[in-house]
Design a protein. Structure first.
Length: 223
């Protein structure tokens, strides 16, 4: 599903964000990437989403390699990999339903299928009653659920979540985490970046990777 082999990423002004990182996530696995701010978590997520390319090494995601991926291939990768961010990134001034429908429109869903599909996705994340609510009328947890519904729009094989609970209170965090586990239970792999070690400890069955100053220093599968 995901395989990083000796991956390094250097930025011209910032220096190395990652150094010689290797790990893999299997199909259907739930895994956390942990580490302090600046440890390389977000860089890792960007490389896996192929929004950036490694300086050295190889990133393989759902059958595509960073060494060989073309611009034409990138849309195929994006259809297979959903992503959720800390700051939700919803369209302001639009309803929950319109936010989900927009993703379906731009990815080529047939017009008559868009609204039923968007409604189904909002039902999946527990927000069907709020379909007509503008995003600014929703709580932080509800906004994140809309973002998750959008990320699921293309039935991805893999769901990436970059600090998805960073702006949420404890109650909303529990609700969103339960939703991620339900999604994982359908067979979808989930990789979540978080600096919240207390959150990670609540889920002892998850795989855990720890980054420190751009290096992989721990993998719970190997101890």
């Amino acid at each position: 599903m995901i395989k990083l082999t000796n991956v390094s990423k250097e930025y011209p002004k910032r220096g190395f964000a990652l150094r010689d990182v290797s790990f893999h996530v299997k199909k259907g696995e739930f895994a956390f990437i942990t580490g302090h701010s600046g440890s390389g978590k977000s860089t890792t997520m960007r490389l896996i989403h192929m929004a950036d390319q490694p300086t050295d090494g190889e990133v393989r995601v759902t059958g595509y390699s960073s060494d060989k991926v073309t611009e034409r291939d990138l849309w195929k990768v994006r259809r297979r990999v959903g992503i959720v961010f800390q700051d939700f990134r919803l369209l302001p001034g639009r309803t929950a339903l319109e936010n989900v429908a927009f993703v379906l429109e731009v990815t080529g869903t047939t017009p008559r299928s868009i609204l039923p599909r968007a409604q189904k996705l909002l039902t999946q994340v527990g927000l069907a009653p709020k379909a007509g609510s503008l995003v600014h009328e929703l709580s932080g947890g509800e906004q994140q659920r809309v973002a998750i519904a959008r990320a699921l729009a293309n039935d991805p094989y893999l769901l990436l979540a970059d600090e998805p609970t960073g702006n949420l209170d404890d109650r909303a965090t529990r609700g969103v985490m339960d939703l991620f586990w339900d999604i994982n239970a359908t067979g979808m792999a989930v990789l979540m970046a978080t600096h919240d070690l207390e959150l990670v400890r609540r889920y002892p069955n998850a795989r855990v990777f720890e980054l420190d100053q751009g290096r992989l220093v721990y993998d719970s599968a190997t101890g």
